[in-house]
Design a protein around this ligand. Sequence first.
Ligand SMILES: NC(=O)c1ccc[n+]([C@@H]2O[C@H](COP(=O)([O-])OP(=O)(O)OC[C@H]3O[C@@H](n4cnc5c(N)ncnc54)[C@H](O)[C@@H]3O)[C@@H](O)[C@H]2O)c1
Length: 348
Amino acid sequence: MLTRVGLIGLGYWGPNLVRCFNELEDCKVTAVCDKDPQRLTTITDRFPGTMPTDDADELFKSGKVDAVVVATPTTTHYDLASRAIAHGLHVFVEKPLATSSDECQRLIEQADAANRTLFVGHVFLHSAPVKKLKELINNGELGEVRYISSDRLNLGPVRHDVNALWDLAPHDISIILHLLGASPNSVSCSGSAYLTPGVHDVCNLTLHFDNKQMGIVNVSWLDPRKKRTLTVVGSQKMATYDDLEIEKIKIFDKGVDAPDYSTNFGEFQFSYRYGDTFSPRLKEVEPLKAECADFISSIRDCRQPLTDGVNGLQVVEVLEAAQQSLFENGQRITLNSPYCLKESATHA
Ligand SMILES: NC(=O)c1ccc[n+]([C@@H]2O[C@H](COP(=O)([O-])OP(=O)(O)OC[C@H]3O[C@@H](n4cnc5c(N)ncnc54)[C@H](O)[C@@H]3O)[C@@H](O)[C@H]2O)c1
């Protein structure tokens, strides 16, 4: 059965989604919507037969779509997604799901009541490198996970409606929560705004989990070098993920073993392990295409997608607490929501 998709927002990211959905066998983008007529023309020239409109309501009421993808600026996500569900449509919302946990909860309840799929664009959870890291953690190869750190840096694109934390960190937060299988118990965040008053360009976020585990996230759109790296430090081995490399995952048989505690300095020596480095072969799948395929198959098979509304809410809860910490000069903010992921998967 063919799923007909309507896509709202044809800026930087939307056209990539149009291409990926149109490349799937069981799906077709039948309508597109943007306020900018030039952006509509670019898509209809490339995909003739696609209905163009500058009015989202016209798309919702057209009878030409079964599902809607919202790829507009973050502050518009809630309103557009809620109106799409009200018209009986399944919805894929780009990250972050909305601008508050309250909005996320309302979308989840609305989609549940209407029996519609609510999906969030946490694209990296559909990528082969993150799946490999999850496998390495779950099968115990890395030992107990101690901390995960990530850098997401680039020059632009600079946003006006949200800061670098809300724009860039959803990726890292979604990956870290997925890898640890847990939500943090508290977060702290610091940062600075240089270009637009009140809109932070650079942010440093620390997630504190039970069992002393940590996530450290560094994001900036004001950096000369593009950097997309993540490191998982385990008690047995360590792994790195560099999204700009051909060999994206590297596993290091490296570590430091501490002797039993002794007050005698002469006996208290750490032993360093410098073993081999290995880069596993990964399945070559475009993460965005895998994400689009998961959305379509979750609708067809009536199943919860990997990145569902609750997954979107869990990430927004962390962002909200981090934003509060940012306002309170890096104070540690406690998270205690019923939606928090509870189980910490060190390697079980
Ligand atoms: N998954 C990823 O890796 C990734 C990458 C980039 C952006 N994104 C997400 O995609 C979304 C869009 O980002 P972008 O960089 O493409 O933004 P953008 O500003 O380049 O484009 C947004 C487009 O939406 C249109 N628009 C805004 N309000 C509209 C409305 N009410 N009706 C119709 N059209 C409207 C604008 O005219 C514009 O063309 C954001 O949520 C962003 O976080 C995700």
